[in-house]
Design a protein around this ligand. Structure first.
Ligand code: BGC
Length: 852
């Protein structure tokens, strides 16, 4: 038998910063260790002082014969406060890389290994909206600092740890030591204490290990993709991958579905994020056996390790074979190891694992390296220092290192790049069919995807359209390119049409009654009609290509939260909705909206704050305030302020406390300023913004959105009212507003403020359903090209919905909200106003309108 491994095979050992460095007190895990009632068996404390002793440690690993060292960079050290980077920490990690080079070890860098800065927890942790961008920014700083010796990078270690823990603990039925689902996470007080130490509360706190649900998976996937893009830019040539913890899914009779489910959650659902990577990091420790009800115990008498799972060195090769079957990427075994004090068993484990991998390589599985977990006995998270995986023992009282026989065993293999004679893999315990079943394992057919062919793609980013195919699987876009897989998919011939992201209406009034389908004279409807009309308008918006709507206020308290719930749960068609509460009282029969009527919630800061809290209680996300009045409805009102500064500041504080977004109707310059001061997220109109207001808007451009709402203005000018209805005054006001905004919008755009179409549709002369007209008006009045107007209504639309990292663009991994248009809206944006040009409308991966 030829025992040699391929030339250049990476022989290494792995570590993670928090588990070895010591004193890592600025991260979430530290907070958990120190939390009141913490379940952590030990505190990490000084760990094994690797931060100080790394040079000796690296020299020791090299002296054993190893060729690579996998270690992680600690985000909490590099960016101790949001946006503040610590040059000393960056220099430290550069020194670690240099030490590797000096000793002939290839540095295998992990950019995130479970621990995160405390400040990230206050921003929602691994479910936070901004986390992908924040992670990417950190990566952007780290990569150049590490220097050119780094050739391979794992972005995020064990992206699926949350998924894994969630299912594991759910099946065992006890509250886990590290986060699982929200309910169990909330239970014991220690989590509150940990969250508090991170400056937040349990509702916001989400450590990496807790991010196992859809939102968590999406955040981690987007973070990986964002980091990869950054690395491609700042460190071209560096190979990028992520790592997943994959137990071998072993199938007992009848367990196919359960094993398939496990494999989907832990592996398949990550494939969209992995597409575009250079290698795959596989981490394996054991096998799991699945019966018809889920995971079952190992065969009677099976040996277990110090972690109480089965001793299964054969598992790693089995998983590598399975991965290679589904993913055409080089595989780095980035972790594999044995926990226990019997080092002879560790030698057996390593030998058997490597023999299995050797055979897999001979069968063509592209395995490029093996990093044993772990180099040194270290801090095993919640279990503390008792479990020992290391090749090298450490006496923590003296910090003396002592290589175990297994260290020499692996080192010798590395030196010879070959296994010693007599090392073979043993059959796995259990029936002899077990191994064979592995290869018969067939995952269930995934739901068919959808592939659009023969289309041009306007992806929303602002880049020019290009010809490509686009594939959707489940809710998301999984591939864009010229050779997209058509396997298990409905293929749609787009006949040369344009595929573009769904539109966002930034100033939606679903309870404003008039639509393109039904004229309603006036604004008042009995409650039943009002509710059903709002539902109809939601459907009308979607029919016209608006897959998202940001509400600018409603004529009823709970209509929009209830409507949103109905839409989201599949009860009726409609756009994604940021629901608002009441804007003002519904008008009486025969009257128009009263722009000055804001006494719904009473005056004074306390009443205003209570109103905001009340909006939270009824399920709204946005709270609308008429900061100024409206001259179109009452002469001069646009320049009047309807709230005091104290009231608005109280609203701002309450919104922050209850995680709500404030939306303001603001024509007057002072209204704009007060809105910004109070932290409003969306401001409408801004018509009379003076120089100071413009400067303030510019300064807040990363946090504020402006929607000028030109549709209603143009509609007022165009309206031909019946003789009894005098619109003279409204028209005069509209003419002034139009002229003012023609100057204002280009100026705000020049200053980088995010501007979105959305035009107050729903009035009798400006019906819901005509919303796409705003785009044409932007081209006509504001100097936008059609593509620029579309960018504002799509990519910026995703951002105003708070989902900029997954909505509003046609990108791999993004949610499939898209339109197939039979024409080119980047040439003539007006074609979007005719819904018959929309050949297909898809929201969340499902057709609202299916092409013929
Ligand atoms: C992790 C390590 C951990 C090891 C042993 C892996 O899941 O990446 O940090 O110490 O398993 O449990």
């Amino acid at each position: 038998m030829n025992h040699a491994f391929p030339a250049g095979f990476l022989w290494g050992a792995a570590t993670a910063a928090h588990q070895i460095e010591g004193g890592n007190d600025n991260c979430d895990t530290w907070a958990e260790e120190w939390a009141e009632g913490s379940p952590y068996a030990d505190k990490s404390g000084d760990a094994i002082a690797h931060y100080r002793l790394f040079r000796d440690d690296i020299a020791l690993l090299a002296s054993l014969g190893l060729k690579a060292y996998r270690f992680s960079i600690e985000w909490a050290r590099v960016e101790p406060r949001e946006g503040e980077f610590n040059p000393e920490a960056l220099a430290h990690y550069r020194a670690v890389v240099d030490a590797c080079v000096e000793h002939g070890l290839e540095p295998l860098v992990t950019l995130h290994h479970f621990t995160s800065p405390k400040w990230l927890m206050a921003l929602g942790g691994w479910k936070g909206e901004r986390t992908p961008q924040l992670f990417a920014r950190y990566v952007e700083r780290v990569m150049p600092a590490l220097g050119p010796a780094v050739k391979r990078v794992v972005t995020l270690n064990e992206c699926n740890i949350g998924v894994l823990l969630q299912s594991m603990f759910a099946s065992l039925g006890f509250v886990p030591p590290i986060g699982v689902d929200v309910k169990s996470w909330r239970a014991p007080g220690w989590r509150e204490s940990a969250a508090k130490a991170c400056g937040t509360d349990v509702a916001t706190y989400c450590a990496f290990q807790m991010a196992g649900d859809e939102r968590g998976v999406a955040t981690i996937s987007a973070s990986h993709v964002a980091a990869r893009e950054v690395i491609r830019r700042v460190a071209p040539g560096v190979q990028v991958g992520l790592s997943l913890a994959l137990s071998q899914p072993h199938v007992a009779p009848g367990g196919e579905q359960q094993a398939a489910k496990m494999w989907h959650g832990n592996f398949r659902q990550w494939l969209p994020a992995i597409q575009g990577d250079d290698f795959f990091g596989l981490q394996n420790y054991t096998r799991e056996i699945y019966g018809p009800e889920g995971q079952i115990a190992s065969p009677e008498g099976a040996e277990t390790t110090g972690m109480r799972y089965e001793f299964a060195p054969q598992a790693v090769a089995s998983v590598a074979r399975r991965v290679a079957h589904e993913l055409k990427l080089p595989i780095l075994i980035s972790e594999n190891g044995y926990c226990g004090d019997d080092d002879a068993r560790r030698v057996d484990f390593i030998g058997q694992a490597l023999a299995g991998l050797h055979a897999a390589i001979a069968d063509g599985v592209p395995i490029i390296g093996y990093a044993y977990w772990t180099a040194f006995d270290n801090f095993e998270w919640v279990f503390g220092y008792q479990p020992r995986f290391g090749l090298i023992a450490v006496d923590r009282s003296t910090q003396q290192r002592a290589p175990k026989p297994s260290a020499h065993f692996l080192g010798d293999i590395a030196r010879h790049n070959a296994l010693p004679d007599g090392v073979t893999t043993h059959p796995q315990p259990g029936s002899s069919q077990d191994l064979a079943m592995d290869h018969r394992y067939i995952p269930p057919m995934p739901e068919p995807g959808v592939v659009f062919t023969n289309v041009r793609i306007f992806d929303g980013s602002g880049s020019p359209p290009f010809a490509a195919e686009l594939r959707v699987d489940g809710r998301r876009i999984t591939a864009i390119g010229n050779s997209v897989s058509h396997g298990n998919a409905r293929v749609i011939d787009g006949r040369g049409g344009m595929l573009m992201p769904g539109l966002t209406e930034a100033h939606a009034h679903l309870t404003w009654p008039t639509s393109v389908e039904k004229f309603v004279p006036g604004m008042s409807l009995p409650p039943e009609e009002l509710t059903l009309t709002a539902a109809r308008n939601a459907r009308i918006l979607l029919d016209h290509g608006f897959t998202s709507a940001y509400s600018a206020g409603a004529l009823g308290k709970r209509i929009e939260p209830a409507l949103k719930d109905m839409i989201d749960s599949g009860g009726m068609p409609g756009p994604r909705l940021i629901a608002s509460s009441v804007e003002r009282e519904p008008p009486m029969e025969g009257t128009l909206l009263d722009p000055g009527k804001v006494d719904e919630h009473g005056a004074g800061p306390a009443n205003v704050a209570a109103f905001v809290k009340g909006c939270k209680d009824i399920g709204a996300k946005a709270v609308k305030f008429l900061i100024s009045g409206e001259s179109a409805l009452k002469p001069g009102a646009s320049l009047e302020l309807l709230y005091t500064e104290e009231e608005l500041m109280a609203a701002g504080a309450a919104a922050r406390e209850h995680d709500l977004w404030l939306t303001g109707h603001a024509h007057a310059a002072e209204a704009v300023k007060l809105g910004l001061k109070a932290g409003f997220r969306v401001l409408y109109h801004c018509t009379y913004a003076d120089e100071e207001a413009l400067d303030m808007l510019e300064a807040a451009r990363d946090t504020v959105f402006v929607a000028p709402s030109i549709g209603i203005v143009q509609a007022t000018l165009d309206a031909t009212p019946p003789p009894h209805f005098d619109m003279t005054h409204m028209k005069q006001d509209a003419a002034i507003v139009l002229e003012t905004q023609k100057k204002l919008v280009p100026e705000l755009r020049r200053r980088g403020v995010r501007l979105l179409p959305g035009g107050d549709y729903g009035f009798p002369f400006n019906p819901n359903g005509r919303n796409a007209r705003d785009l044409e008006l932007w081209v006509q009045h504001f100097g936008y090209t059609p593509a620029e107007a579309l960018h504002a209504a799509t990519a910026l639309g995703g951002q105003i919905m708070g989902m900029g990292d997954e909505l509003g663009q046609l990108k791999e991994g993004f949610l499939a909200d898209l339109l197939l248009v039979d024409g080119d809206p980047t040439e003539n944006v007006a074609i979007l106003q005719n819904k018959h040009h929309l050949k297909a409308i898809m929201k969340d991966g499902r057709f609202h309108k299916s092409p013929n």
